[in-house]
Design a protein around this ligand. Structure first.
Ligand SMILES: [Zn+2]
Length: 406
């Protein structure tokens, strides 16, 4: 399958890692170009490294529908996250077999969604919505290479980034993506329609106590930062379980001094909180901050925190949700509306154009791992769903009239 073929273009030998504008991305672009050649698209790589292939409409000066996903990966990645959405878009063009529609289709392979190389995600899609500002060009990767230089090294000109922005002729953005979670599998459904992409808070907490000898300090005279942090972590888990739809994770923890025979004096932890409703998420974060304060107070510790990210939830377009549901039904499946806990390019595109997403069942819910997979039958259903959508759009002048909210 084509996803597996693209997984061979990697920065690491033996596993898949393909970050923003890394050398193997050239290989991926060349491979995709060979697939696109018989489809007679107008292919270009924009200045932000996005692959853009335009399949013209029956007539000139018609709206365009974007279909795509991302071509970059995390380290030790699976073969389908992002890539499937691009391969599927090309399969739809191929299936049209030269037939022209009342709108053009632009296949987009985004250059950066994961944010692995420069520590900030969505570099590709931000260029499309005109939000790739100067400050991004100065970001450096772990080797000290700035974004500006990475773009030049890839053979592109950072001065042209503004030209990558969408014009006013885009009627919608459609993204097919693996679910990356266990829900569709648990419901025995191949496809889902995304209603919203959850908002996300990220914070960093530091508990400070007093480092001391593990053998000579009695239990009642300790200021143990790890014990305080542990009590709070349990409160995070318990608190999240009480709020429907909320997920809260302490995923990283550094202790000081981190020795077996020393009571910890300091613990730094991360907190990640997500929910489709922003007020619920913000209230939950406030509650968890209060928990941290009262636990620290009760133990004679201090706690401080910094906000690292506060991303609002993004709703997908209503009429696209309805159209996708209908297309899933026509493909012989039961549609299921769901919230995406992970961020996606569609959430950036939704700033400017109506955006919709179709999720494909992920066996075992496993993603960001070489064991990531899809079922061939599910991909066939996704393609069928895609064709029904193209037809629905073709028959809907109202849809084609919808342009950009810029
Ligand atoms: Zn992805």
């Amino acid at each position: 399958m084509r996803c597996r073929k693209l997984a061979t273009f990697s920065e690491d030998s033996g596993s898949l890692r393909r970050t923003f504008l890394s050398a193997p991305m050239h290989g991926v672009h060349r491979e995709i170009a060979t697939w696109l050649e018989p489809l007679r698209t107008e292919l270009q790589i924009d200045a932000a490294g996005n692959l853009r292939a335009l399949y013209p409409a029956a007539e000139a000066a018609t709206p365009r529908l974007l279909i795509g996903s991302h071509l970059d990966t995390v380290p030790n990645a699976g073969a389908f996250d992002g890539i499937l959405g691009v391969v599927l878009a090309i399969a739809l063009l191929k299936g049209l077999d030269g037939r022209r529609l009342p709108y053009a289709i632009e296949v987009v392979g985004f250059s950066d969604e994961e944010g692995v190389r420069f520590g900030t995600p969505f570099l590709g899609s931000r260029a499309l919505v005109g939000r790739f500002d100067e400050s991004l060009l100065a970001l450096q990767d772990s080797h000290g290479v700035p974004v500006r230089k990475a773009i030049e090294d890839f053979g592109l000109d950072p001065a042209n980034i503004a030209e990558a922005a969408l014009r006013n002729d885009v009627c919608a953005n459609l993204e097919f993506h693996i679910e990356q979670g266990p829900l569709l599998e648990s419901l025995e459904l191949p496809l889902g329609v995304v209603e919203a992409i959850a908002g996300q808070s990220r914070l960093e907490f530091t508990f400070v106590g007093r480092a001391n000898h593990a053998g000579t300090t009695p239990m009642n005279l300790r200021f143990d930062a790890i014990a305080g942090a542990a009590e709070w972590i349990a409160a995070v888990e318990g608190g999240a379980k009480r709020i429907p739809g909320l997920v809260a994770t302490v995923g990283s923890l550094q202790t000081e001094p981190g020795a077996v025979n020393v009571i910890a004096g300091k613990v730094r932890l991360s907190l990640d909180v997500r929910h489709p409703v922003d007020e619920v998420r913000i209230r939950a974060v406030e509650g968890l901050v209060r928990d941290a304060q009262s636990i620290a107070y009760g133990r004679g510790l201090t706690v401080s925190w910094k906000e690292r990210m506060n991303q609002s939830a993004v709703r997908m377009d209503h009429s696209l949700i309805a159209a996708i549901e209908e297309a899933i039904r026509k493909a012989g499946c039961k549609p299921h509306r769901m919230v995406s806990g992970a961020g996606h390019d569609a959430m950036i595109l939704a700033e400017r154009v109506p955006a919709g997403m179709v999720f494909v069942r992920t066996p075992g819910g496993i993603s960001h791992d070489p064991a990531e997979s899809v079922l061939v039958d599910d991909v066939v259903k996704a393609i069928e769903c895609g064709f029904h959508l193209l037809d629905e759009f073709a028959e809907s002048p109202a849809f084609q009239k919808r342009m950009h909210r810029a």
